[in-house]
Design a protein around this ligand. Structure first.
Ligand SMILES: O=C(O)c1cc(=O)[nH]c(=O)n1[C@@H]1O[C@H](COP(=O)(O)O)[C@@H](O)[C@H]1O
Length: 238
């Protein structure tokens, strides 16, 4: 994974996706298809996007008993996407089952999709961890623990916030993938995100990839917004 900028295609249907992708002409993107789009359009949206030659992160955040996750991953592997994910909160057996399913479902001669685990959603705050999840620990500690479990279970990396990247780098090394959503340009609203960072900070702290949705997709000129974020992500301005 060459430090991609992953664009979240959080759209309600194929028509909106096409209108968005039309802004990009020949640019090869790394896009993310999440629940909103996949539940509406189904697996055919993947082959549709692949026709444009874009890399795909299929973000369905699986979280269920090990056997169900294994069989679901077996099916998703057939779609030949580049990256999939689960919730680390499902535990080690579930994460191991996810990999088994992916290996079993990947067509012969093809690479299995990389698989990463969501540690704590970037919308989750320290307050929520304490008051709602009833976990009496620092969020950084929980993220590191979940990332270690993901590593031990054979996953390729995690989804976390930019603020936990350095600690994960220290304990799990630089080849362990760290995908960081919750990215905002300096003056953007945080919306429902709480653990946010700029693309510059993500780069500086060592994120493998950033995920950006609304700061690109909801802008008047999405292509210009994309170039702006990309520049900030690729060049550290001192
Ligand atoms: O797995 C994800 O992609 C994800 C994990 C997480 O902790 N936080 C998070 O925001 N995401 C996704 O990243 C995207 C962020 O969108 P924006 O907040 O619009 O940039 C959304 O599609 C979320 O579903």
């Amino acid at each position: 994974m060459e430090r991609p900028l992953i664009v979240a295609l959080d759209f309600k249907d194929r028509k909106e996706v096409d209108a968005f992708l039309n802004h990009f002409k020949d640019e090869k993107l790394f896009v993310k298809v999440g629940m909103e789009l996949f539940y509406q359009e189904g697996p055919s949206i993947i082959s549709h996007i692949k026709q444009h030659g874009h890399d795909i992160f299929l973000d369905l955040k699986l979280h269920d008993i090990p056997n169900t996750v294994k069989q679901a991953m077996r099916g998703l592997a057939k779609l030949e996407v580049d990256l999939v994910n689960v919730h680390a909160a499902g535990g080690k057996k579930m994460m191991e089952a996810a990999i088994e399913g992916l290996v079993a479902g990947t067509p012969a001669g093809k690479n299995r999709p990389a698989c990463i685990a969501v540690t704590q959603l970037t919308s989750t705050s320290q307050q929520m961890v304490q008051d709602e999840l009833l976990i009496n620990k620092e969020i950084n500690h929980i993220v590191l623990h979940y990332a270690k479990m993901a590593h031990e279970s054979g996953l390729d990396g995690v989804v976390c916030s930019t603020h936990e990247v350095e600690a994960l780098q220290e304990h799990l090394g630089s080849t362990f993938i760290k995908v960081t959503p919750g990215i905002r340009m300096k003056n953007d609203s945080a919306d429902d995100q709480t653990r946010i960072a700029t693309p510059e900070l993500a780069r500086r702290l060592g994120s493998t990839a950033i995920v950006v949705g609304r700061s690109i997709t909801k802008q008047k000129n999405p292509y210009e917004a994309y170039l702006h974020v990309k520049k900030a992500w690729e060049e550290i301005v001192e």
